[in-house]
Each structure stands twice: as structure tokens, then as C-alpha cells.
Design a protein. Structure first.
Lengths: 403, 96
């Protein structure tokens, strides 16, 4: 959800009020592969992705595109893993373009060449979102456990040369949030029109690394102040989205505008997901596009109806006037922190479990203070980080079972 | 750079901004404006104006066309105000 939360928020959501049929899945995300040359510590992919089944074939993806478009899907994200790892990406883009999708490629840039960007342009790709891990080679390469910084800078030039809007994404956390000024200066120098500063949200690999990645409140306030000065100077010429880390909030994010409202993701193995991270939710029997068409999955499957409306909610959400605004927050966060996906997202200070969030922040403040000098200047000394890796498979562990 | 709407002369030729796409979506019964990872669903008036912004027709042409199509008069002020807002939001580019 790190990079995509704002996208879902930007959609005009018809919502799914109780007793009404759901609107169409306007936003379709195809996670084409879990393969990725990077090993980012904040990746939201499941920590047991190595155990998932084989990737869908080209013909399957094309069928998914046709069925979803027929229902009204129009914004298409192609991500992963690294979508450029699929050598049929151009074919998938070509079909999506012919169907009338607006096509966003969400990439690390690794695998992009002059030949591929030309072919993607010819196939009808509308936009490329390029991720950076930091403004410096040292930190970028450390955080992704690769040597990719210069390659990314080169891909940024390719994106510009091929007349794409320049959209940069940087996931923020304790180890790079103090570099926001340098990151925004880099974005300006690269000619970025949109910059997404997405504070890490704690799912997947980021959940494993939460204690090392949560920033301090002081860091966050400094980063917001720096962002404001850039906004004031550049106005609409470089639009900066600052996705607030919800652990510091007192109300939850309207995650996906409510599950089953506008967003549909398809995982590499064909599993249909009402949010990127939903695979972790216990008891949710997720349908697979190999077995059912998109219409049946979206409108009829128990998994996609499970969190529509508000009948599933518990108190304090159930009687809360704000439930129509935030839909109780994030189901995955409720599960990870409280062990029950029907609970209020504990980010909300009306939740009886809100202390779990404030305690995590307090522990992170303590850890940050203890290793402040070393951690901010020498990331290699940050102990205990787990890098995303296909050679390991780590089951989901909820808060109360963590040691 | 200022973010306040600027005056739009009647002779300017607005076009859908670079990187944006306008299209009719039957499923939403509306024109939508598509851009990187976002979408704006336009109301009928906005859709009627923006679908005429082709970079060739002037604002005056668009007003005349709308007044003819919808059998109304005095639309200049509303159209100019909308075009100014859309330019400010970078939905439209207005060429002199």
C-alpha cells in the first residue's frame, strides 16, 4: 500500500453503502510477478511470497484485462515485484491500451532500456512511476541491497527523453526521512512533475522491520516543514504528495475507500485481492482468476463482500459517525496489531487498542535515540534489518506473538 | 509560481494538458480525466466544456458551440471561470 494509497484516494469513490450493489472496480492493479532484483526492507509484498504458485501466463492476464474493463475498470497499475521482469509486458500494455485503460507502470527502473521504453511507448503506456530509495547512492543502494542508483538516474533521463510525465516515488522511514530536502532537490533536478513521499506503512517486509524503520515525531515534523517550503516555491510545477505515516495519526486512513469499493489487485499467481496485503487475513477465502471471472469475483465472492458496508464492524466503529468516512481504517493493520481483522484500526484513538500504536512509536523513539548518530550517518550499522529475499519465506506474525 | 487562477482571454485555445487523458466512461456515465495514478469524474458541464478543448477551438468558439448545443445564452463567464480553474489544476493548457 505504500505507493498506492494516494491513488485510491484520488479516485471518485461511489462507495458501497449497505443494501446497495457495489460500484465497479475502477482501479485495477496487476502484480505481474514477485520477481524483483531489489531487496527493499520496506517492501509490502508478503514475506512468504516465495511459497506462492506459478505466475499467470500472458493469455490469463489478457483475459483479466478484458473482463475488468468490461465491468468499468479504467485505471490500470502494472507492478510487482518488478514488472519489467516479465518479457510480455509490452504485449500486456498493448492489449490494455486497445481496451482503453490508462496505464501506469510502477517500476524500480531495473530492466528498462532504450529499446523497451520505445516499445512500451508504442504499445500505449501512459505513465511510468520510478522509485528511488534515497537521494544518495550510498543510502539508495543500501536500502535496496543493490547497486542501482546510477541506473535509476539514467532511467529518469529515458523517461524524460520519451516524453513521459516524470513521477518519482520515494518510500520514507527513519533511515532516509532526514534527507527529504535532498530528495526533493534531486526530484527537481530530474524534472519531476509529481513526487510521492510515501511514508512506510507496516505490512509485509516493512512489518518485520518496523522497529528499525518507524521515524520519530521530530523527524516527521522536520520532513513536513521541508516539504512545505518546496511546495511554496514550486507550486503546481512539481506536485508533492506527502503520505503521512498513520502511526502518528489519531484517525485511520480510509484504506482503499473501503475494501471491495473501487480497488482490485491480482497477485502473480492469480489470487484476487481487495487490497495489496489482504492475503494475510485469516479466514478470507480469496478467489483466483484461474477459477472464476472478474465479475463473479468482484460482485459475488464472499471475500470481496466480507468488508462491504458496515455490518461486519465492531464497536467503537459500528456506532461511530466517522465510519462512513474511514470505513474503520485498515483491516490488515487491525489484524496485525490486534489479531482480529474486524476490530477498529488501532491507529484510531477511539480504539481500545490504540496503545499498541503509541507504544510502538515510543519504542521506536527510544531505539532511534539510542542509535541516533550511527543510524543516521552509517545505515550499515542499523542492526536487525531483514531484506526482502526470495530465498527465505517468513510467515506472518501478529503483534501479540512477537517477542 | 502563483496558484491563483489567471485570466483566460476569449482568444486562447485550451487543450487537455500534457500527460492527461479525457475519455467517456459508460460505466460511470461521465467523462473522466485520467492522469498518473488518479482520476477525476467530471460533472456534465465540465465534461461538455473539456470535451471541446482540442487546442484548435478558442474559448469564444467553445462558448458559441455550447450556447448553440444547449440553447442557452450568457455562458461566457461560467466557461471562462471553469477554464481558468482547470488551467490552475493543470487539467488544461491554454495556448494563446
Amino acid at each position: 500500500m505504500n505507493t498506492r494509497a494516494t491513488a485510491a484516494h484520488a479516485l471518485a469513490a461511489p462507495g458501497a453503502a449497505p443494501g446497495r450493489t457495489a460500484g465497479p472496480p475502477l482501479w485495477l492493479l496487476l502484480e505481474l510477478t514477485y520477481r524483483c532484483p531489489l531487496h527493499c526492507v520496506f517492501c509490502y509484498n508478503p514475506t512468504d511470497f516465495a511459497n506462492t504458485g506459478p505466475e499467470l501466463a500472458t493469455a490469463d492476464w489478457i483475459r483479466v484485462l478484458r473482463e475488468a474493463r468490461a465491468l468499468g475498470a479504467v485505471q490500470l497499475g502494472l507492478s510487482g515485484g518488478e514488472p519489467l521482469a516479465r518479457d510480455d509486458l509490452e504485449e500486456i500494455v498493448g492489449e490494455a491500451h486497445a481496451l482503453g485503460f490508462y496505464i501506469n507502470l510502477i517500476t524500480s527502473g531495473v530492466g528498462m532500456t532504450e529499446a523497451r521504453i520505445k516499445a512500451l511507448k508504442a504499445a500505449g503506456l501512459d505513465h511510468i512511476q520510478l522509485s528511488f530509495q534515497d537521494s544518495t547512492r550510498e543510502m539508495n543502494d543500501f536500502l535496496s541491497s543493490t547497486r542501482t542508483f546510477e541506473l535509476k538516474a539514467k532511467v529518469a533521463q529515458l523517461i524524460r527523453a520519451h516524453d513521459y510525465p516524470m513521477v518519482l516515488n520515494v518510500v520514507l522511514h527513519r533511515l532516509n526521512i532526514d534527507h527529504v530536502g535532498e530528495i526533493l532537490a534531486m526530484a527537481e533536478a530530474l524534472g519531476a512533475q509529481y513526487v510521492e513521499l510515501a511514508n512506510t506503512q507496516y505490512y509485509g517486509w516493512a512489518w518485520l522491520n518496523r522497529q528499525q524503520l518507524l521515524p520519530t515525531r521530530a523527524q516527521l515534523q522536520r520532513a513536513e516543514a521541508v516539504t512545505r517550503t518546496f511546495r511554496e516555491r514550486l507550486g503546481a510545477a512539481m506536485q508533492i504528495y506527502f503520505v503521512v505515516p498513520d502511526y502518528f495519526e489519531t484517525r485511520p486512513k480510509a484504506c482503499m475507500n473501503g475494501l471491495g469499493s473501487v480497488f482490485l489487485a491480482i497477485a502473480p499467481d492469480g489470487t484476487a485481492l481487495p487490497c495489496h496485503a489482504a492475503r494475510m487475513l485469516p479466514g478470507l477465502e480469496l478467489p483466483n482468476v484461474r477459477d472464476a471471472d472478474i465479475g463473479a469475483i468482484w460482485y459475488d465472492s464472499p471475500a470481496f463482500n466480507r468488508f462491504r458496508g458496515d455490518a461486519w464492524m465492531k464497536e467503537p466503529c459500528r456506532s461511530c459517525p466517522e465510519r462512513v468516512k474511514d470505513f474503520g481504517g485498515c483491516r490488515c493493520q487491525a489484524y496485525l496489531l490486534t489479531g482480529d481483522a474486524d476490530n477498529a484500526d488501532p491507529v484510531c484513538d477511539l480504539s481500545p487498542h490504540h496503545g499498541l500504536v503509541t507504544e510502538a512509536v515510543a519504542r521506536a523513539e527510544g531505539a532511534a535515540a539510542a542509535s541516533a548518530a550511527a543510524a543516521s550517518t552509517q545505515p550499515h550499522r542499523t542492526p536487525g534489518l531483514t531484506f526482502r529475499d526470495h530465498r527465505v519465506s517468513i510467515p506472518v506474525v501478529i503483534e501479540e506473538k512477537r517477542t | 509560481m502563483s496558484d491563483t487562477p489567471r485570466d483566460i482571454p476569449l482568444s486562447s485555445r485550451p487543450a487537455i494538458a500534457h500527460g492527461m487523458r479525457l475519455q467517456w466512461e459508460a460505466a460511470q456515465d461521465a467523462h473522466v480525466l485520467l492522469y498518473p495514478e488518479g482520476m477525476v469524474k467530471l460533472n456534465g458541464t465540465a465534461g461538455a466544456i473539456m470535451s471541446r478543448c482540442d487546442g484548435v477551438r478558442t474559448v469564444a468558439d467553445i462558448v458559441a458551440d455550447l450556447e448553440r448545443t444547449y440553447s442557452q445564452s450568457g455562458l461566457t463567464k461560467d466557461v471562462v471561470a471553469f477554464v481558468a480553474l482547470a488551467v490552475q489544476r493543470r487539467w488544461l493548457e491554454a495556448f494563446p
